[in-house]
Write a protein that binds this ligand. Structure first.
Ligand SMILES: [Zn+2]
Length: 305
């Protein structure tokens, strides 16, 4: 597994040779974009790769500070992704489910249900969301999908998916019927996926990052806001008795406003989804195979990256 931080910024085209030489000092080969017709500014997107054990913060901080001092650059953006080997996918006992489709209709916003929103952290105002009634949804939004994400933290499955999960003897969940709120004749059977168990806490070897470019996002009080988790690591002795197919993460993640526990699938469940062509085998967000109905899952690691 390697971690990649992609730096992006705008600068006048006349600096392109100097930018190339600057990154050459770090053994990073940069190919400058062509000069546009309407503007003399060009945009760089420069991926910088790291071994997962390397100190990303130190190096990114140094590169950014030097860039901002040496060149007329207003701001530098960061984007992090992780690149996995086939072995990482083959050996992982569990996967984090990132999405069930590269499409807005797989990730819908539908906050019709009654929720309470207790404060999770006074310092950064992160909140929890707790369902206080039945789950209400315009179920026609499920269309012909197997599973969708609602409001970034809830998962809803179709009748077909519910049947498959029962047939495959998937364990670690129960379903609650969703109440349809929409046109009566567009109602589809839909169920909220509810998970009984969480995985054990991470191994101490798990790595984190905070964007150097966004210090204001970081909250040291809760340690959740602004934190970029590297792929999850578990100690072998902690996880070897986890035999269910579905779990949630023990730790909290945040979407910037709310905290939630991400959904975890077993290797067995993932294989069944692939065998039955519910999704293609997507191993990167940038693959052409990541289509509107494909599920993107990231492997967890045992003991080390
Ligand atoms: Zn906080």
């Amino acid at each position: 597994m390697i971690a990649v931080n992609k730096l992006s910024f705008f600068i006048e085209y006349s600096y392109s040779k100097q930018i190339e030489r600057f990154f050459g000092q770090y053994d990073i080969q940069v190919i400058s974009p062509e000069k546009g017709v309407r503007t003399s500014e060009i945009r760089y997107q420069i991926p910088i790769s790291f071994d997962p054990k390397e100190n990303m913060k130190e190096k990114i901080e140094e590169i950014m500070n030097r860039l901002l001092n040496l060149f007329p650059i207003d701001r530098i953006g960061e984007a992090i992704c992780f690149e996995y080997s086939n072995e990482d996918y083959d050996q992982a006992p569990f996967f984090t489910l990132y999405s069930t489709g590269n499409s807005v209709s797989a990730n819908i916003i539908d906050n019709q249900s009654e929720m309470s929103t207790p404060t999770f952290c006074e310092a950064c105002s992160l909140k929890e969301r707790r369902l206080e009634s039945s789950f209400l949804l315009d179920t026609s939004k499920l269309k012909n999908r197997y599973m969708i994400n609602v409001d970034g933290m809830f998962w809803v499955v179709s009748e077909k998916m519910a049947e498959l999960m029962s047939e495959w003897k998937i364990t670690g969940y129960y379903l609650e019927e969703v109440v349809h709120r929409g046109k009566v004749d567009e109602k589809l059977p839909a169920y909220q996926l509810i998970i009984n168990n969480s995985l054990p806490p991470f191994s101490p070897n798990v790595n984190y990052y905070y964007f150097v470019s966004e210090p204001e996002e970081r909250c040291d009080v809760c340690g959740v806001r602004g934190k970029i988790s590297y792929p999850y690591i578990y100690s072998k002795s902690d996880i070897e008795n986890c035999s269910d197919d579905l779990y949630v993460l023990n730790e909290w993640n945040s979407n910037g406003s709310y905290v939630y526990h991400p959904l975890i699938l077993s290797q067995r469940f993932r294989k069944l989804l692939l065998e039955h062509r519910i999704t293609r085998d997507v191993r990167s967000l940038y693959e052409s195979t990541y289509g509107p109905k494909d599920w993107f899952m990231e492997p967890v690691f045992i003991d080390n990256y």
